[in-house]
Design a binder for this molecule. Structure first.
Ligand code: DGL
Length: 270
């Protein structure tokens, strides 16, 4: 048993979609969340910058006595995870491996789609991980760079013509490749599940990377006898900037009102 908190970080508030899953799958765990809201988006940045940011995010979380870290950010998971793991002596989970394992287990026709940020797609991380599990699975990837800013501007509702037009442009060619499984490889995409599902159709299984990471975390903590005792876990939120629409956006990702104060962090000092 281990009652220390779990650290979770993301480029911004999108990682709260993973926190939501963790709070439902592991309700007894305390969570310390850091959103790097002063430097979001990470999705178009270079490998070097992403590693620098990832290291600072980990150093900040490690200023607390935490037992594990979840890299909720798809972009950092695809570009910097092996280095962050090698440099730190605690379990660090990303979102790639759990989602790939689920996709390989799920696909019937061995055609898996991936949508993510440009940096994540460019990294080839999902393809490598899937091929290590099953060489016979074909991975068809599509960067969807407009999804993050549209979601952050509240344009994620069914019936919104802007997001629906953009989604069709990205997804119809992907659907037409005949994939039967689609990995939503970015923190923001769970908010688009309904829109994406309608375009892809009922035969395409959608995989939420945050949810798969939360299940993987549960397996890891269970195997290492590191689960918290049964209790009501709490989440504490830190951010490197608080723009005026912070609360509204955070509530959308968390799907519950953001009632707690968010604490400031000067991330450049880490
Ligand atoms: N959190 C990022 C990801 O999951 C999306 C937002 C960004 O580009 O920073 O890849």
């Amino acid at each position: 048993m281990d009652n220390r908190p779990i650290g979770v970080f993301d480029s911004g508030l999108g990682g709260l979609t993973a926190v939501r899953q963790m709070r439902s799958i592991l309700p007894s765990e305390n969570i310390i969340y850091f959103g790097d809201t002063s430097r979001v988006p990470y999705g178009g940045r270079s490998q070097e910058i992403l590693l620098k940011y990832g290291r600072q995010d980990v150093r900040f979380l490690r200023s607390f006595d935490i037992k594990a870290i979840v890299v909720a950010c798809g972009t950092v998971s695809t570009t910097a995870l092996p280095t962050l793991r090698a440099e730190n002596d605690l379990p660090i989970l990303g979102v790639v491996e759990p989602a790939c394992r689920r996709a390989v287990g799920q696909t019937r026709n061995k055609r898996v789609g991936l949508i993510a940020t440009a940096a994540s797609v460019r990294s080839g991380s999902y393809e490598r991980t899937i091929h290590a599990l099953d060489e016979g699975v074909e991975v068809i990837s599509k960067a969807c760079p407009l999804f993050v800013p549209l979601v952050e501007n509240g344009r994620y509702q069914v019936g919104d013509s802007v997001i629906e037009t953009v989604a069709r442009e990205y997804l119809v060619p992907l659907r037409d490749t005949g994939i039967d499984t689609l990995i939503l490889g970015c923190t923001h995409y769970p908010l688009l599940t309904e829109i994406i599902g309608r375009i892809m159709g009922p035969d395409v299984m959608l995989i939420d990377t945050g949810e798969e990471a939360a299940w993987e975390l549960k397996r890891t903590l269970t195997a290492q006898d590191m689960l918290a005792e049964e209790r009501m876990g709490e989440a504490t939120f830190y951010a490197s900037d608080q723009p005026s629409d912070f609360g509204a956006l955070a509530s959308c990702f968390l799907r519950e009102p953001m009632e707690k104060a968010v604490l400031p962090v000067d991330i450049e000092t880490y």
